[in-house]
Structures are given as C-alpha cells and as structure tokens.
Design a protein around this ligand. Structure first.
Ligand code: SF4
Ligand code: SF4
Length: 75
C-alpha cells in the first residue's frame, strides 16, 4: 500500500542554506513564508497561496528558493 503524503503540494521550496534574512517573508505578496523560530530559516507555511509570481526567487540573496515553473501546456 502506498503511503499518502501529508504535505500539501508546494510550488515553492526553501533550501536548507537559507540564512533567514527575512526578505522573502517580508516581500511575498501572499504571505507564503514564515520565519521559523526553531530553525531561524524561512519556511513555506502557506503553499496553497503561492501564485508563482517569482518575486521571492528574485529577491533571495542566497538563491535559496526553488520555484516550480507554471505548468503550461504549450511552449
Ligand atoms: S530571502 Fe532567501 S535567505 Fe532570506 S529568508 Fe528567504 S529563503 Fe532565506
Ligand atoms: S512566488 Fe510569489 S507568491 Fe509564491 S512564494 Fe514567492 S513571492 Fe510568494
């Protein structure tokens, strides 16, 4: 039997070299990120809100954000 993942599919991901500068948390228009008090890093806490605008990826000084390309059928 396959195990169903609990996590909601997220179009955005923060890599573990995030230094917690808070830029993405502050600038994401959809408030997708929260700065974790445990790890001191940005966490994706509202993945369903992400509109894949690309702003976080553009602003992150450490290139710590992975963004999934919008799924377009044509090229
Ligand atoms: S902008 Fe980049 S380094 Fe700064 S908190 Fe967000 S993911 Fe981490
Ligand atoms: S792509 Fe846009 S909406 Fe999605 S997390 Fe980044 S800044 Fe927020």
């Amino acid at each position: 039997m396959s195990q169903i993942e609990n996590e909601v599919f997220s179009p955005v991901k923060v890599n573990n070299w995030c230094k917690g500068c808070d830029i993405c948390v502050a600038f994401c228009p959809r408030k997708v990120f929260t700065l974790s008090s445990e790890t001191g890093k940005a966490e994706v806490t509202r993945p369903e809100k992400c509109i894949i605008c690309g702003l976080c990826q553009l602003l992150c000084p450490d290139f710590a954000i992975d963004l999934k390309e919008p799924q377009n059928a044509n090229g």
